[in-house]
Design a protein around this ligand. Structure first.
Ligand SMILES: N[C@@H](CCC(=O)N[C@@H](CS)C(=O)NCC(=O)O)C(=O)O
Length: 202
């Protein structure tokens, strides 16, 4: 198995998941410019990471990859094990991270995709920032009295961890979100997280 990633990008969640499986795998960093070149587009026509190649099976999209890894390595309980409600909750928070929180960062990272006029970028980015803070508040509340989003450690926590790193990177103050800060600390101490961060040079 090989994971294509960019350091610190959303593919870090898959990298962490692979570490949690304990399986042997390769990981290859892709330069941002290479994402839109024919060689990589042949693997992922979206020109984005993550991309997982398992023999001749090529899989893209974070949620699909994380789900596939859970099915392939059930002993790792990446979605929390066999309890249907725990699994559903893990999927729910995975969807929240992928479809809501992750997407909310796009205007900050790539405002030119929305508005050509650079003068209008700060206003767009401020609106995105407000949305992110609101969504972080929802995740923070969900963690009240719990160590992990679904009650037990799942790949949803790995995804949220990646996004919390972005939030810190763009200067969002996480200190009011004590449960998110606690999750970040827990994840930073996790051996699989540490191995993935080290492998990505972070
Ligand atoms: N829906 C996709 C989103 C993937 C995505 O946005 N990846 C970013 C990194 S976090 C990327 O590769 N961006 C490069 C680009 O779009 O040019 C997924 O979940 O895999």
């Amino acid at each position: 198995m090989k994971l294509y990633y960019m350091p610190g990008a959303c593919s870090l969640a898959d990298h962490i998941a692979l570490e949690w499986t304990g399986a042997k795998y390769d990981a290859e960093a892709v330069a941002r410019e290479a994402l839109k070149q024919p060689e990589f587009l042949a693997l992922n026509p979206m020109g984005s990471v993550p991309c997982l190649v398992d023999d001749d099976f090529v899989l893209t999209q974070n949620v699909a990859i994380l789900f596939y890894l859970d099915e392939k390595f059930p002993q790792a309980a990446l979605l929390g094990g066999s309890d249907k409600q725990v699994r559903a909750n893990a999927m729910r928070w995975l969807a929240f991270c992928n479809a809501d929180l992750h997407e909310a960062f796009v205007p900050i990272f790539a405002p030119m995709r929305f508005i050509d006029n650079e003068k209008e970028h700060p206003a767009l980015q401020n609106t995105a920032r407000e949305k992110i803070v609101r969504l972080l508040g929802i995740a923070n509340n969900a963690l009240q009295g719990k160590q992990y989003l679904a009650g037990v450690k799942t790949v949803a926590d790995a995804y949220l961890f990646v996004i919390l790193r972005w939030a810190v990177g763009v200067g969002i103050d996480l200190s009011p979100f004590t449960n998110l800060t606690a999750l970040m600390n827990t994840m930073n101490q996790d051996a699989g997280v540490q191995a993935a961060l080290k492998a990505e040079g972070l």
